[in-house]
Design a binder for this molecule. Structure first.
Ligand SMILES: [Zn+2]
Length: 399
């Protein structure tokens, strides 16, 4: 995917913190224009810049949301997730907290065809561009509404924060260093060899794998030696390898797709939520207009938009992201960091279980592309994701 970095905070486990948005994130008002975010698929957004008219110069946050809700501003390539004709009554910002008041019409107009997590992502992305806003509360004609369908609306949406990686995850990641995949797999067969957490709650060894894109949606692509390779196919191959390894270790695996089929992205979180999976792992490859950008990235949810998520879902998802990142870092060439990143994606925010999205590398970078189109490497990456996921169960004592 090509999503701009400015919404993500990078967590550096080894004390180096890099805030990728620090230079561009400061204000959603550059040259008197506000930036609006519109979805172009489940995990990608495109932006539009709109000039702020004079009468809104002191109410730029309100203007941005009104502009976001104005269907005339939706670019051709974007989905029109926000229902037409919804009034934004007001946006007031006090001490970093934004009160967003929408017309109750919204509640009547959101149908099953509208993806609420994606709508929330577009609102939060656009408003968190303002440095004046750290949290967002949404009301409808002044009233709080606890949920819309099964999605939360009465909780504050908070600006993505840097979450600490737990000591148990650090300890486990250290234990991976210098070990081969087979050595780790041997350890997994003998849990007494592992650092063991005392589990107070347990979760079933069930994983939902989402091979990104499919069918009419090819995802990113890259061309090598005159042949164009599509992300959807690489994703499926990696996902199949992850599935095989998980099943070999007794895990139940749910697959969003097992062949080249299309799923409307708005349905993916719901499909996963309909299962009893403990973890949701979405597998993608990236692309950038800058061909020197490369490497693997693992994302965890930005917020919960499902009404009844697993306890401590976001913190626990960072652990999953960290151990899967460590596994990839240990055994796969393109990886350049073990640092989980915040991913403001509907598939992550809308799932109820622990969730991550792995970007296995950049198809726009020739080194990553050559690595990722190799079928042996695809198996290797898939197995690393599986091993990382199984490690996550082990460090939590769910085995
Ligand atoms: Zn993708």
């Amino acid at each position: 995917m090509t999503f701009s970095k400015k919404f993500f905070v990078v967590i550096m486990v080894m004390a180096v913190m890099v805030s990728l948005f620090s230079n561009t994130y400061a204000s959603n008002l550059v040259n008197n224009k506000v930036k609006l975010f519109y979805p172009i698929d489940g995990i990608k957004f495109t932006t539009v810049e709109i000039k702020v008219p004079r009468e809104f110069e002191k109410r730029v946050e309100l203007f941005a949301l009104k502009a976001l809700f104005n269907n005339k501003n939706v670019p051709k390539e974007a989905f029109t997730e926000i229902p037409k004709g919804i009034e934004v009554n007001n946006v007031t910002v006090v001490n970093g907290s934004a009160k967003v008041d929408l017309s109750k019409e919204f509640l009547n107009k959101v149908t099953p065809n509208h993806n609420i997590p994606t709508i929330l992502d577009t609102i939060t992305r656009t408003l968190f561009e303002f440095s004046s806003i750290n949290q967002i509360n949404i009301t409808f004609d002044g009233e709080k509404v606890s949920s819309v369908n099964e999605w939360v609306f009465n909780e504050s949406f908070k600006r993505p924060v840097v979450l600490p990686v737990s000591n148990k995850t650090k300890k486990f990641n250290e234990s991976l260093q210098g070990k081969t995949k087979n050595e780790i797999l041997d350890m997994l067969k003998k849990p007494e060899n592992l650092y063991m957490a005392m589990a107070t709650t347990t979760y079933p060894k069930k994983v939902y794998l989402d091979a990104g894109h499919g069918g009419s949606d090819p995802g990113a692509s890259g061309t090598y030696n005159g042949i164009t390779y599509y992300e959807k196919n690489i994703n499926l191959s990696i996902t199949n390898a992850a599935k095989a390894k998980l099943e070999q270790f007794g895990y139940t695996v749910y697959m969003r797709r097992t062949s080249d089929t299309y799923t409307n992205y708005t349905q993916i979180a719901g499909l996963a939520n309909a299962t009893d999976a403990t973890c949701f792992v979405s597998i993608h490859c990236n692309a950038s207009t800058n061909s020197s950008v490369h490497g693997t990235e693992v994302y965890y949810p930005d917020h919960d938009s499902y009404s009844n998520p697993f306890p401590n879902r976001i913190t626990t998802s960072t652990e999953l992201a960290s151990v899967v990142g460590s596994a990839l870092n240990s055994w796969n060439l393109p990886y350049w960091g073990t640092n989980p990143k915040v991913g403001n994606y509907a598939v992550l925010n809308g799932t109820k279980m622990f969730a991550i999205l792995v970007e296995c590398g950049y198809l726009s970078n020739s080194g990553d592309l050559q690595y990722l189109i190799d079928t042996t490497n695809q198996v290797d990456v898939g197995e690393s994701i599986a091993i990382g996921t199984m490690n996550f169960f082990f460090i939590n004592g769910w085995h």
